[in-house]
Design a protein around this ligand. Sequence first.
Ligand code: UDP
Length: 474
Amino acid sequence: MGSDQTLHHHHVLLVSFPSQGHVNPLLRLAKHLASKGLLATFSSTHHIIHKIHKSTGHVQPIDIGGGRLRFESFTDGWEDHDDPRRSDLNVYIPQFQTVGHDSFVQLVKKHSESGTPVSCIISNPFIPWVSDVAAELGIPCALLWVQSCFVYSVYYHYFHNLASFPTVDQPNKSVELPGLPTLESDEIPSFLHPVYSPDKRVLKDVILGQFKNLEKTFCVLVDSFEELERESLKPLLSSAPIIRPIGPLYKWKEEKDVRGDMWSAAEECIEWLDSKPVGSVVYVSFGSVAVLEQQSMEEITRGLLNCGQPFLWVVRPPPKESSKGGGRLPDWLVQQADGKGLVVQWCPQERVLAHPSVACFITHCGWNSSMEILSSGVPIVAAPQWGDQVTNAKFLTDVYGVGVRLLRSENDLNTFSSERVANCIVEVTKGPKAEEFKKNALKWKKAADDAAREGGTSYNNLDKFVMEVQALKQ
Ligand code: UDP
């Protein structure tokens, strides 16, 4: 392996907000850029790189195709990896902004001094200050938007005051936007609602900060594909900067399986799935952040047991400081579920969704999971919590036709019963409606495959981006 200085590649520095839902698409993009001959440095906080190293062993440079992938970290100001204050976004984000800015500047400068100057920085939502750093240092900056084009469009129209949104006086106002179906007030990203998600208000500010900083960005890459979002994209085509859908990022062929899991994945669940009949298993996961109310955990448990199908459930241990006290598996399940279900703390979700035994997915509709669903052909029961998940759930069910909604947002957590859980599972797995969901899901799977394969829309969009990077000053 040559040294980084002797490779003479263009150097792209990717920066990920410290959470699994941002790490995955950024790392996937970093791998693809390396495979196209670039030097791609994936960076995030010390905390995240430490967790990835612990659970996957990766952090050494890896040669992929003609290029190289490297990992680097910078401080967010929290020296203690287990500091519970990390999970309070209202405390964490402002500090990350101040300390992160300075330590990231040092990281970029270090590269200039050590002979691998950065040609392009790729930023990520929730860290608008990265494009400030790029502008200060005179380095071109792109953004990987890790949500959908339709959600980008909602924020875009909100930021530029181009449509009316719910207000304190009219909290139930629906929203009309070009290219999008009418969105009810609980179907817009919840951070834009005057009442919902009060504890996450800081996220509204950072996302809108991103839109304010778009003038410092030459391109917005999106982990989605054109065939899925034609209507949402139309009104954005004349807006700057240029938008290039390049997803589903996880679909691209890889020579090397480099994963960014923050927890070790329970590989044994694949063997467990092998032992189950085709199309029989209900897969359940609410992603890496959401913590369900305890009552919801109980209802889902009863619903799973009542419907009688085998289930694989990812239950993340709730954070110690979780104020809600929820998110725990009911004690009685451990006895009753014996043989019927498998509960794990983290699984290799892409492989699970690709497994023929999986019948459906009860999902919180995070955008990474949504992309993985749409490219795996698996029908869903949607249980969104907040943010873009509520809009994703609307599209997955009403627009893309791949399932039903168990709930619309965290505001109806108390409205669903175990009977409703069981009925939703039956609705998406048995009978003529289920056949329709499956047919639609397989249609999107094919469209996703076509977009990502050589000559497909996403493949070509990524190539265009790589050419732009190669034309930049080295
Ligand atoms: N994931 C996984 N194993 C699990 C649960 C989730 O690998 O047991 C991955 C999943 O494939 C997705 C990411 O974690 O890529 C979660 O991102 P998403 O946007 O769906 O939700 P978030 O965690 O950001 O709420």
